[in-house]
Design a protein around this ligand. Structure first.
Ligand SMILES: [Zn+2]
Length: 159
């Protein structure tokens, strides 16, 4: 699958429609609508699958960096050593933790949607609002861009 930015130009050069490209053949006009719907549905499914994988990756990264930081703090606290090494070990543990958590937040922002509990509008929030929102697991207390009300918004995969 080519990069989405070059698809329109590619189709123009090849003198085919985008629907033809996604279908893998020149679509007959009478099948056009049916194929268009099928291709759209496939793309939605593909996005859902990718989002699911991203959210699993988030858990993996979260657990991994937590184990690293806990191990570092534990070693720095209980193993006999010079104080400067204790500080260095704790810093070493927190660097991957901060990078990992930032990456996890980015995944949480872009994978799937948040659903407003008041008006049921589904949206992709800004990174800033994800970062500062109170949360219980993946449910975050955020302001809905549609109704402007603050509520606990659930993470959902489909729009
Ligand atoms: Zn709302």
């Amino acid at each position: 699958m080519p990069d989405s930015g070059i698809i329109p130009l590619l189709c123009k050069i090849l003198n085919i429609t985008i629907n033809d490209l996604f279908s893998g053949e020149v679509v007959d006009m009478k099948d056009n609508e049916k194929r268009l719907e099928k291709n759209l549905l496939e793309m939605v499914k593909l996005k859902e699958q990718k989002d699911k994988q991203l959210l699993s990756l988030e858990i993996f990264i979260g657990v991994l960096v937590s184990i690293i930081v806990i191990t570092c703090v534990f070693v720095a606290s209980y193993v006999e050593m010079n104080d400067i090494y204790r500080v260095l070990i704790i810093i070493t543990g927190f660097i991957p933790f901060i990078i990992g958590v930032t990456y996890c937040l980015k995944i949480e922002q872009i994978a799937g949607y948040y659903e407003c509990s008041k008006c049921h509008h589904k949206y992709v929030p800004t990174f800033k609002s994800v970062l500062w929102a109170m949360h219980i697991n993946r449910t975050r207390y955020m302001k809905c861009p549609n109704c402007n009300k603050r509520s606990w918004n659930k993470k959902v995969l489909s729009k």
